[in-house]
Ligand binder design. Structure first.
Ligand SMILES: Cc1cc2nc3c(=O)[nH]c(=O)nc-3n(C[C@H](O)[C@H](O)[C@H](O)COP(=O)(O)OP(=O)(O)OC[C@H]3O[C@@H](n4cnc5c(N)ncnc54)[C@H](O)[C@@H]3O)c2cc1C
Length: 485
């Protein structure tokens, strides 16, 4: 049977895939399919259901520019509310009928002779003129590489796949990792468990969380005067751009934030030894910082312990540390995050000459403007390497979506059937990004973070202003591409 053909196939129905779907429909392009492995839209916000899961970017900023929501109930949105927002947007904008659920992209290969992508999914074969990866940066949770972990005698799960059927009440629980997810669920589980052992490799920066409910009067105001919400959005955007300057080495911006973090720790943790263990030893921003008012108090509780000795192995029901300590637990929760450079994307997409993205990237993901890769014609990656700004991810995504939409316009206008970014355009872009990354908190901040790929290169963040990235992606720059009709 011939594969079904579409102009565009999007892989992933998270915020990115739905956002692109909206823009395609607005442009009158309805020959597209979104292939989503889950049974729902929402991506991150559908999959992550751990207690306390919430966004650390304020709602006014963490929303689509084209879908204002005057009804947000909190300053910082919680998982369920974001999921509902994405679902509502997909329904209201007519995107939902274009989504194939339980449709996992297993492999996509560029067919040079036919000039199209062949996409194999769990729901059948598709072909398309343009393939867009919207699989996000966190599709696959990373597991810690600990000898014996697979044979752990108790129960074990990753925070990204929270096991709601497992009752933690009265248990001895180990948490491996102290990133933003752990900081959100640890305060929720600490009062319920008998004993909590948090294994910390690096102490994170934690600053006070300004979250609060949005009052009825405010919501009413946003409904009557939507511009009031825009003013807040713009002010927050400017604030994050300012913080970004600090991340790029402006000590005058960083010093007060770090002082705030240290004061927060002093105020919330009385025990000297614990305070010492929780003191960050790198510049603020080198790893994703944490906003929390209850993380430190949870760690300081009588039933909690922070272990800083590296984990050597898991033996039976015990987590064994390098100093010989044995920590007997009932459940282990891994919360060490994700590995983009080892994601599904790299194994599942094959471009020219049978080379996969993984072969091309070789441990170091690189894409022009975070979106296109030589050897992979007619393909764009949303939230690709070096595209995340120090701002709302949705702003970066919308910049990339504009770029893809403009590429489609150029294709249609000029009768272009094949476009492939030139290697020299990528090289010069990467040179620029690397230069801009030098001396920033991400490369010189004194930590080892997921912003660094397996080769040690900063590959995640766009190291300039988010507004600058928006300017660069406003128009599809055809000169950087080889175009063929
Ligand atoms: C726990 C957590 C907390 C976060 N908190 C914040 C925050 O506070 N602030 C912030 O700005 N960002 C945060 N992020 C980042 C967040 O992922 C982005 O803000 C945003 O949700 C990314 O949207 P996306 O659509 O690009 O990707 P995703 O939300 O990851 O969606 C990708 C979609 O692709 C689908 N998919 C993947 N592989 C395939 C395949 N092979 N076939 C078919 N479908 C596939 C997935 O099922 C998923 O639905 C957080 C991420 C996580 C994991």
């Amino acid at each position: 049977m011939a594969a079904e053909h579409h102009q565009v196939v999007i892989v992933g129905a998270g915020i990115a895939g739905v956002g692109l779907g909206v823009r395609l429909l607005e442009a009158g392009i309805d020959d597209f399919v979104i292939c989503e492995r889950n049974q729902s839209v929402g991506g991150t916000w559908f999959e992550h259901t751990y207690p306390g899961c919430a966004c650390d970017i304020p709602t006014h900023l963490y929303s689509y520019s084209f879908a204002r929501n005057p009804d947000w109930t909190r300053l910082f949105p919680r998982q369920r509310e974001i999921l509902d927002y994405v679902r509502k947007t997909a329904d209201a904008r007519g995107v939902t009928p274009h989504i194939r659920f339980a449709c996992e992209m297993e492999h996509s290969a560029w067919d040079e002779a036919a000039g199209l992508w062949r996409v194999r999914t769990t729901a059948g074969e598709l072909t398309c003129d343009l393939l867009v990866s919207a699989i996000g940066a966190t599709a696959e949770p990373d597991e810690p590489d600990i000898p014996g972990l697979d044979e752990f005698a108790g129960h074990r799960f990753h925070s990204a796949r929270w096991d709601h059927d497992h009752d933690l009440d009265g248990e001895r629980v180990a948490v491996i990792g102290t990133g933003p997810a752990a900081a959100q669920f640890v305060p929720r589980i600490q009062p319920r468990v008998r004993e909590l052992v948090v294994f910390q490799r690096t102490a994170p920066w934690v600053i006070p969380h300004p979250d609060r409910p949005v009052s009825w009067a405010e919501r009413r105001l946003y409904k009557l005067l939507p511009q009031a919400q825009d003013v807040q959005r713009n002010a927050l955007f400017a604030l994050y751009e300012g913080v970004g300057m600090g991340f790029r080495g402006r000590t005058a911006v960083m010093a007060p934030i770090e002082a705030l973090g240290r004061a927060h720790l002093r105020r919330q943790v009385r025990d000297r030894a614990l305070r010492e263990a929780l003191t960050p030893r790198y510049r603020f921003g080198c790893k994703r910082p944490i906003l929390s008012n209850d993380y430190y108090p949870a760690l300081a509780a009588d039933n909690a312990r922070v272990v800083t000795d590296p984990i050597a192995s898991v033996d039976g029901a015990a987590v064994v540390t390098d100093d010989g300590g044995r920590h007997e637990v009932d459940t282990i929760i891994s919360a060490i995050g994700y590995r983009y450079s080892r994601s599904l994307l790299v194994e599942r997409i094959t471009g020219m000459a049978g080379r996969t993205l993984g072969d091309t990237w070789d441990r170091s993901p690189r894409a022009y403007l975070g979106s296109s890769v030589p050897g992979f014609p007619n393909m764009f990656i949303l939230l690709g390497p070096n595209s995340i700004g120090i701002n709302s991810v949705i702003f970066s995504l919308e910049s990339q979506i504009k770029y893809v939409m403009d590429a489609l316009r150029v294709m249609r206008r000029e009768g272009v059937r094949r476009l492939e970014v030139r290697p020299e355009a990528l090289k010069s872009y990467i040179g620029e990004v690397d230069d801009a990354s030098a001396g920033t908190v991400w490369t010189a901040g004194g930590c080892d973070s997921y912003y660094l790929d397996d080769s040690g290169r900063q590959f995640a963040i766009y190291p300039g202003f988010a507004a600058g990235y928006r300017r660069r992606t406003r128009r599809f720059d055809a000169a950087a591409y080889e175009l063929a009709s």
